[in-house]
Design a protein around this ligand. Structure first.
Ligand SMILES: Cc1ncc(COP(=O)(O)O)c(C=O)c1O
Length: 298
């Protein structure tokens, strides 16, 4: 169907690939890197922005603004360029070289500030205070419209398989996991959900892996711990995430280190909990957005 922002219809309906058995579990990976700007954040951003446009709550000419260390910034810049709005992203020192190139080519203004998204968010709040009429501040860490974007992510998973025993994803803001849990709860499915969290070490941090004490604990993350669908966090190391990512890429599955970490978490819980049946891993982004990280590390 022809719509005003037709290219946004390329978002979602991402492929799901079977990657093998582990014990009695069949492991599938949902390739969110197939979204146009290369991550699951395209779903979050387009869902919220289109809703705001439909509600008449996003005036033309407003500059889309948010804080992000990478994927969300690229999704915001991509959606802004499709709808013809200016975009400013306040990024931190974790921005990868690949994401910086993409942001520049999409025409976003890049402000570098701090080392975690929370610090960048504070800079956004200052900008909004200085010029309230200029901005549409998306505020991914608190945007209550965002989780509904991932009802569709979950729905696509359930449409692809007869039954789903467990879904493994990761948390940055906690929006993706919240949306998936909401969908499962509404559909009364007998599926358990886990999130992976990376253990802080001196090597580095992976996009989409919350770190206690460093990151801002969003209300989405706090509420997940009281959610009966959410079975909890599984800690993984940066080096396991990087190793698994490369192993998957060498098998032709082009996912980023986030997926390597979630994969480690899934194998761990399949063994520990004896999970059987279909297990789905949500790969947040594409390997293509993370290559700079490997050329620097290896
Ligand atoms: C690659 C990747 N995967 C997963 C996530 C987690 O997404 P959410 O912010 O919805 O928790 C993020 C966000 O930080 C990400 O960048």
């Amino acid at each position: 169907m022809q719509t005003e922002y037709n290219t946004l219809s390329l978002i979602g309906n991402t492929p799901m690939v079977y990657v093998g058995d582990h014990g009695n579990a069949k492991i599938w990976i949902k390739l969110e890197g197939a979204n146009p700007s290369g991550s699951l954040k395209d779903r979050t951003v387009s869902h919220v922005i289109l809703k705001k446009i439909q509600e008449g709550a996003l005036a033309p000419g407003k500059t889309l603004l948010d804080a992000s260390s990478g994927s969300h910034a690229c999704a915001l810049a991509y959606v802004a360029s499709v709808i013809g709005s200016p975009c400013t992203v306040v990024v931190n020192s974790k921005l990868s070289p690949d994401n910086e190139v993409l942001l520049t080519l999409l025409g976003a203004e890049i402000i570098k500030h701090g080392s975690v998204t929370l610090e960048s968010r504070e800079r956004c709040l200052e900008l909004v205070t200085q010029g309230p009429d200029k901005w549409y501040f998306f505020d991914q860490l608190t945007n209550l419209d965002a989780p509904a974007a991932h009802h569709k992510t979950a729905q696509e998973i359930f449409q692809s398989l007869d039954s789903v025993s467990a879904i493994f994803a990761s948390k940055g803001s906690g929006v993706t996991l919240t949306g998936i849990c909401e969908f499962i709860s509404e559909s009364n499915a007998d599926t358990i959900v886990y999130g992976s969290v990376s253990i802080n070490n001196d090597v580095g941090k992976i996009a989409g892996t919350y770190l206690e004490g460093i990151d801002y604990e969003t209300d989405f993350i706090k509420n997940l711990s009281n959610n009966s669908i959410y079975s909890g966090d599984v800690s993984v190391t940066y080096s396991d995430a990087m190793k698994n990512c490369l192993d998957l890429v060498r098998r032709g599955i082009f996912v980023g280190p986030q997926c390597g970490g979630v994969y480690a978490a899934a194998l761990d819980q399949i063994e520990q909990q004896g999970i059987s049946g279909n297990v789905v891993i949500v790969a947040g982004d594409s390997f293509m957005k993370n290559m700079g990280r490997f050329s620097k590390d290896n």
